[in-house]
Ligand binder design. Structure first.
Ligand SMILES: [Zn+2]
Length: 399
């Protein structure tokens, strides 16, 4: 619904994202796995589809990711049930590891990726969910990720323990100390493990507690949806231009691993808010139907509904996937309220108010004070497209 606003200087932005991964030594494994993918792909462009450098997969433009995704799915179809394929896919999952899993001891990058988006929140204009504009995506703390330190520690992989539990100067602890922490997972429950952890090793009994300093580092998080589902193609699991800041309802409850673009390249390119071709705002508008003739629509809300129009538009799959009509209609009163205000304060009345202000406010400023449409856009508030569409439709009618 809302296109992601990337910084002007994409090169610097991508370079800064790459810093998360550059020391992780992913290239060697990618070179090995890429060779297999190329051997199994039928595409004449296979050596360009799978870039030689892993950096070009992680920071590559969204179009590159779509090509990888579609070719990968084709190979997968042909190789179904093949043991070699199962091994390759497992290796790819641990190479492009976004979430930590118990079985996999590799390091998961999700916390650093979330931190990166937080660090660029102003440039990226991260405020509302990019799929629905119905919820804010502000950082909601460590508890949003792991509930608490105990849950993190009980479920962390050895790789994560090694990565997050470090000396104050950032250097790693010895294998023996890491081993002691891993041992705690077997002995203690989620409730007891934090206390036991704070009493071991070189940090035992010190203030502030070790668990608190680590939790403070992990505090920022919000949902990042993989537009091309990583469960279908692990290669796009860490890619910058596959990540959409979204609310938990859109990400977890509604979209999950759904493949909105199917096998259609053009569809994938049109529908992702990370794509240069994304134009939801231009193609679709939110309107009150039927066009109100009442002055006080708020008094008879049952006569109206909010519709995404025109009915047939290329963003239908998005409107359906994220239940936008249903969810917006739940908040219909917001739209009706604005409509009624627009009726109560036509241009002629705004002009009269302007006279009262004796030149200290322009008509535009008064409009903004009353209707708040510009404010909602400038401050990236929820419903800002809906307000703006209703406002514009009203003035079109007025003229
Ligand atoms: Zn949402």
């Amino acid at each position: 619904m809302k296109k992601i606003h990337y910084p002007e200087d994409r090169t610097a932005f991508e370079y800064s994202y790459w810093q998360i991964f550059k020391e992780s030594g992913l290239q060697t494994e990618w070179t090995r796995l890429r060779r297999k993918l190329i051997a199994w792909s039928d595409s004449p462009d296979k050596s360009t589809i799978y870039p030689d450098q892993i950096q070009d997969v992680i920071c590559g433009k969204y179009e590159i990711l779509v090509d990888i995704y579609l070719d990968y799915k084709k190979i997968k179809k042909n190789k179904i049930g093949d043991a070699e394929w199962v091994t390759l896919e497992t290796d790819l999952f641990s190479l492009f590891s976004y979430n930590a899993s118990k079985e996999d001891h590799s390091h998961a990058f999700q916390p650093e990726i979330a931190e990166f988006f937080m660090g660029h929140a102003v440039e990226l204009e991260l405020h509302v969910c990019h799929y629905c504009e119905l919820a804010y995506v502000n950082a909601y703390g460590f508890s949003g990720v792991f509930k608490d330190f105990g849950r993190f520690l009980k479920n962390a992989t050895e790789g994560d323990i090694r990565h997050y539990i470090r000396r104050a100067d950032g250097n790693p602890y010895s294998d023996r100390i890491i081993g002691d922490v891993v041992e705690l997972q077997k002995k203690y429950s989620e409730k007891q493990i934090t206390e036991a952890f704070n009493n071991i090793g070189p940090w035992g009994g010190k203030e502030p507690k070790k668990s608190e300093t680590i939790a403070a580092k992990l505090r920022n998080h919000f949902d990042l949806d993989h537009f091309l589902p990583k469960s279908q193609c692990p290669i796009v699991g860490l890619s910058l231009y596959n990540l959409v800041p979204s609310c938990a309802v859109c990400n977890e409850k509604l979209k999950g691993a759904d493949e909105i673009g199917g096998d259609d390249r053009a569809k994938w390119l049109t529908l992702s808010p990370t794509s240069d071709s994304y134009s939801f705002d231009k193609e679709v508008s939110i309107a009150i139907e039927p066009t109100p003739t009442d002055f006080k629509t708020k008094e008879t809300p049952e006569k109206y509904r909010l519709a995404f129009s025109p009915k047939a538009n290329k963003y239908e799959p998005i409107i359906r996937e994220f239940l936008l009509e249903e969810r917006y209609n739940y908040h219909k009163c917001e739209a009706l309220r604005l409509h009624d205000l627009l009726v109560d304060y036509p241009k002629t009345r705004i002009k009269m108010i302007k006279d009262v202000f004796k030149g200290s406010k322009t008509e535009k400023e008064i409009e903004n004070d009353i209707f708040g449409v510009e404010y909602n856009q400038a401050y990236h508030r929820c419903f800002s497209k809906m307000y703006s569409d209703i406002f514009q439709a009203h003035y079109k009618q007025d003229c």
